[in-house]
Ligand binder design. Structure first.
Ligand SMILES: C[S@@+](CC[C@H](N)C(=O)[O-])C[C@H]1O[C@@H](n2cnc3c(N)ncnc32)[C@H](O)[C@@H]1O
Length: 294
């Protein structure tokens, strides 16, 4: 059998593998055997949509033009999300993290809270963070709340900026939250300006570090599962460096930082694990710090 007859018309195993490597190298996203079918189907769809006869044409275009590269990348992203996707996470944020930050920062001038939603998809996660802050942080309006929401996918970010949601996506938003924080518009419910002002969206690739300043908390949920072990390590190390001492990292339920050489304290609360960066004083008492444990 010739190589060209492999995975589909005009696309050889070798070309697929080159495309896979290019995506992994630039984004960290890894298409292993379990996602092989998804990957080759999406690449073939893309070839057809672009009217390109061969995988080599696609590869050439992607290497030459960022626009062409991003067009394929958009098809390969998994962007499933919803408001309050894991209620336990928002409960931990409300009951443990916000009260701690309140005590630590209330008398600071300016009274700023900085949170990063890394891999925010269409915005449900950063807006859930904003709603939790608005509903539970004492004197929420007296704080300067900055939620930075980043993703590599431009289409998702466009949707996020509009802040209009419907159906399953807002299934876990309570009646009270809907009434307080959303207005009915064509196509669904839109976040009110007060909440939208707390969140800034930016396109950012986690595989290309950019200095963002220190954060009080980082949410990176259901993103690292798609990365190779090595890339995960690099990104988690960067999260550690970005967090304020005493800051918190939230990962998805199936993600863990076990075996990673970072000195987070793993805190188990109900069905959720939070990772806290120790303060300098705590680092001097190693018995308080559980190294990279989940
Ligand atoms: C499954 S969604 C998770 C959304 C949200 N965090 C949640 O848990 O509901 C994964 C997101 O990670 C983004 N992503 C994947 N690789 C990325 C990278 N290298 N840099 C930034 N974002 C990335 C995808 O575009 C997608 O929106």
């Amino acid at each position: 059998m010739s190589e060209r007859q492999g995975p589909g018309h005009g696309l050889s195993e070798h070309e697929l593998s080159e495309i896979r490597m290019l995506i992994e190298e630039r984004t960290g996203i890894c298409f292993d055997e379990s996602r092989e079918r998804f990957f080759s189907t999406r690449v073939r769809e893309h070839l057809r949509a672009k009217g390109l006869p061969h995988g080599t044409d696609l590869l050439r275009n992607m290497r030459k033009s960022n626009v062409e590269y991003e067009a394929l990348l958009e098809r390969l992203l998994t962007q499933e999300t919803s408001f309050f996707r894991y209620p336990g996470v928002y409960e931990a944020f409300e009951k443990r993290v916000l009260p701690e930050l309140h005590v630590k920062k209330f008398w600071k001038n300016p009274r700023t809270l900085r949170i990063w939603s890394a891999g925010c998809s269409t915005g449900e996660e950063p807006y859930s963070i904003a709603i939790t802050i608005a509903d539970s942080l004492s004197f929420a309006d007296s704080w300067n709340v900055e939620i930075l929401a980043t993703d590599v996918g431009r289409q998702a970010l466009k949707q996020a900026e509009r802040g209009v949601y419907a159906g399953r996506s807002i299934g876990s938003v309570s009646e009270k939250q809907l009434a307080n924080h959303f207005s009915a518009v064509e196509g669904g419910q839109q976040l009110k300006p007060r909440l939208r002002k707390m969140v800034s969206f930016a396109q950012m690739n986690l595989a290309s570090p950019v200095y963002l300043g220190r954060m009080d908390a980082i949410f990176c949920m259901n993103v690292l599962i798609y990365f190779s072990e090595e890339r995960r390590r690099t990104v988690v190390q960067r999260f550690y460096e970005t967090l304020e001492p005493g800051g918190y990292l939230f990962l998805g339920h199936s993600e863990s930082i076990s075996k990673m050489p970072v000195k987070f304290q793993a805190i188990v609360l109900n069905d959720c694990i939070l990772y806290r960066k120790p303060t300098a004083g705590e680092l001097l008492k190693p018995e308080l710090v559980t190294e990279g444990r989940a």
